[in-house]
Write a protein that binds this ligand. Structure first.
Ligand SMILES: Cc1ncc(COP(=O)(O)O)c(C=O)c1O
Length: 486
């Protein structure tokens, strides 16, 4: 058991005493200050600890977590501090307790050559510390093995340019050469990879509640009395041809914006404005059909991509996909049904927190990152589910209660060899009552306050006794229910 991070005396005492229970607990020294606490507790308990030392590597990795590596990373000791710690342990007669070197390389390291360079630096410290008389037997390289979220196999923020096998081979090779060169025995290698181990263990499923479609199947015809700008907009429909797509898009957008300005000034009425919006959406749909995939790089293609449908989905980005919001993490997302049919629409996904940030509008597709996701038109007779993959690393624990959406329902399953699965455990998500309690409201007080309102309405003759019962039941059912759409 390896104890990293800043530790107080109580923690260190427990860590040392745990050895009496048979745990091989290594206390990793994070700072010169911590050494003093360890020495004091060791004296107090009259015990010898198993110690590690966290060395700050200077090699800086690339990617989203570059700051967790290099000189300015927040944990571990620099060379000067390390030497001071060695001298202090030697003076205290405890240098022989130092058996592990910890060097965390960073997180989600995109480039395997960064791993090589960092490991090579870690080995230099290891052989030097050994030379100083520390009987190091373990080299702990921390976390950092990345996940290929996009499948691109490239060294960028959402992908990695190596496999698990390469990661292992490179580390073992680098360490082997470095130790042989220095004549030091090969250490036991430890890693603490979290993300790579857990990301694939979870997926988030949610249903789409409704769609805001950015097209109109038919365009209304011109009517006598239409404002001439509306007639101009309708006339654009007469020249939607492959060669004039950009022109059509320019004209349609210009007239639509003019009509909006006229509406704001009271020069056209609500019904003309509604028809104008429908004409515009219909024109966009026709332009989209003609543009197809061929115009992928044009202004029109970019504009059309920005006009994808909005699918409102039953989840909270802040609770279940916080990295998407915080660091633009891309997770693979795909429909889970109708996979034998080509998805005919494109959409972005909005959550139900009613926060404009609560949306996903970057998706990984076969040919790179796209601002919209291919989806099917929503079926009328059954729910439509989407799955977000690789959410097992951090997402649930980082998630917050923004707008009071709580933990989701969780099902734990085990995949069987025959392709089926066994349901191992079901855990119901938070209820509204529970979430209210987390933010210091007492649900009983809420019920009492509501009952008071209801009773007042009865006294004023606005409510009957039967309605009272129904209303109280609805209130109770609501706060005892799930925080998501049921
Ligand atoms: C010391 C240490 N070990 C392990 C990890 C896990 O890293 P990862 O999930 O990138 O493998 C971290 C994460 O930052 C860390 O700080």
């Amino acid at each position: 058991m390896i104890c990293n991070g800043i530790k107080d005396a109580e923690f260190i005492r427990l860590a040392m005493l745990s050895r009496k229970l048979g745990f091989n607990t290594v206390i990793v020294l994070e700072s010169p200050r911590e050494v003093e606490t360890v020495i004091a507790v060791a004296r107090e308990l009259d015990m010898e600890p198993m110690l590690g030392v966290r060395v700050k590597l200077t090699h800086r990795i690339s990617g989203n977590w570059a700051e967790s590596s290099g000189d300015r990373s927040t944990f571990g000791m620099n060379t000067d501090q390390l030497v001071a710690v060695i001298d202090r342990l030697r003076a205290e007669g405890m240098l022989h307790c130092l058996m592990l070197q910890h060097s965390h390389l960073g997180s989600q390291v995109p480039d395997v050559n960064d791993i090589r360079k960092a490991v090579s630096e870690a080995c230099r410290y290891f052989t030097e510390l050994t030379g100083e008389g520390a009987p190091l037997s373990h080299l702990d390289l921390g976390g950092g093995m990345g996940v290929d979220y996009t499948g691109e196999k490239k060294a960028n923020e959402n992908s990695i340019n190596y496999t698990l096998e390469e990661y292992c081979t490179n580390i073992v090779e680098m360490v082997g050469y470095a130790m042989d060169e220095a004549g030091v025995a090969h250490p036991v290698l430890t890693t603490e990879s979290g993300r790579a181990v857990s990301a694939t263990s979870s997926m988030l499923l949610f249903n789409v509640l409704e769609a805001t479609l950015y097209d109109a199947p038919t365009a209304p015809a011109a009517e006598p009395g239409d404002h001439h700008t509306l007639s101009d907009l309708i006339a654009v429909g007469g020249y939607v041809t492959p060669k004039r797509l950009q022109e059509c898009w320019n004209d349609a957008t210009f007239y639509r914006d003019e009509l909006r300005a006229l509406f704001r000034r009271g020069q056209i009425d609500l019904r003309q404005m509604a028809r104008a919006e429908r004409v515009y959406l219909n024109l966009m749909a026709r332009i989209r059909t003609l543009a197809g995939d061929s115009d992928e790089d044009s202004d029109v293609a970019a504009a059309l991509a920005a006009e994808a449908d909005i699918y409102s989905c039953n989840f909270s980005l802040f609770q279940s996909l916080p990295d998407v919001w915080a660091i633009d993490q891309i997770h693979p997302i795909a429909p889970l049904q109708m996979l034998d049919r080509m998805p005919e629409r494109r959409a972005i996904l909005s959550d139900i927190t009613c926060d404009s940030d609560g949306k996903v509008d970057r998706f990984i597709l076969g040919d790179g990152v796209s601002p919209s996701l291919p989806v099917h038109a929503l079926p009328e007779d059954r729910p439509y589910y989407l799955g977000v993959f690789f959410v097992g690393a951090y997402q649930e624990t980082l998630g917050d209660l923004h707008n009071l959406f709580g933990d989701t329902n969780v099902a734990t399953i085990r995949l069987r060899g025959d392709g089926g699965f066994d349901l191992l455990h079901e855990q119901e998500g938070d209820t509204i009552e529970e979430v209210l309690t987390y933010v210091e409201y007492d649900p009983a007080d809420c019920v009492a306050a509501f009952r008071k309102l209801v009773d007042e309405a009865i006294s004023n003759g606005r409510l009957t006794a039967g309605e009272r019962r129904g209303l109280m039941r609805a209130y109770r059912d609501s706060i005892e229910g799930y925080t998501y759409y049921e």
